[in-house]
Design a protein around this ligand. Structure first.
Ligand SMILES: [Zn+2]
Ligand SMILES: [Zn+2]
Length: 145
């Protein structure tokens, strides 16, 4: 029974990959599960978790580990930055522009071999801005961190 099982896995993996390639919401594992289930109703959350890890280990998707939040996944592999809404947690893409953070400078400040860095933007998404405007709150009027 090894072969059909392997085929099933490939089909599941492909479905997960398709879902991620066709969305820009940077879903959590649970959200991927909800989307994949529409195509493969019998898939389990555990299978989705395992496949997400495998796909990211193989460099086919990006795993976004943003400080203090749930892991999110991204089917876009080209270089780009992310911005996170501090109110609702949604993550959006920012067009990539080369930002010189001066990695060279940090090389001298540590014995570590620097292999990269992560740059995180945060803000308030349009929906949350709108909700705040409607409830009479200003972004500055409430402590959000
Ligand atoms: Zn928001
Ligand atoms: Zn992205």
């Amino acid at each position: 029974m090894l072969v059909p099982r392997k085929l099933a896995n490939t089909r599941q993996r492909q479905a997960i990959l398709d879902v991620l390639r066709n969305t820009d919401i940077h879903p959590t594992a649970e959200e991927v599960y909800e989307m994949v289930r529409k195509r493969l109703p019998r898939i389990s959350l555990g299978t989705v978790y395992r496949n997400l890890e495998a796909l990211s280990d193989h460099g086919l998707i990006q795993k976004l580990e943003i400080a203090g939040t749930q892991k999110r996944f991204d089917g876009r592999m080209d270089k780009h930055y992310h911005i996170r809404c501090v109110v609702c947690g949604r993550v959006a893409d920012l067009p990539y522009q080369q930002i010189d953070v001066g990695e060279e400078r940090f090389r001298e400040a540590t014995d570590f071999e620097i292999i990269g860095h992560r740059l995180e933007f945060w803000g308030i998404c349009p929906q949350c801005q709108k909700a705040r405007a409607e409830s009479g709150e200003t972004a500055a009027g409430k402590k959000i961190f």
